[in-house]
Design a protein around this ligand. Structure first.
Ligand code: FES
Length: 68
């Protein structure tokens, strides 16, 4: 059992998905490319996490970088 507030993502087989790792996306848990601006302003090197499931899948995701 996961204690943190998670975000549910349901993906179809072969459906590409980019997950935000920086916590600045306006569309969490998905990456909206805001990390590019953050990296330029703060000198960080955030990149999204890419997922390509081989079968239909439901994920419960959590990052400490995501503001609740
Ligand atoms: S917006 Fe956060 S990793 Fe892209």
């Amino acid at each position: 059992m996961i204690e943190q507030e998670t975000k549910k993502v349901m993906l179809k087989a072969g459906q590409k998905c980019s997950i935000c790792t920086c916590g600045n996306s306006k569309n969490l848990p998905y990456c909206d490319e805001t990390h590019r601006t953050v990296n330029e302003e703060k000198g960080t090197s955030y990149k999204s996490l890419k997922i390509w499931p081989q079968e239909d899948i439901t994920l419960e995701l959590f990052s400490k970088n995501w503001k609740s």
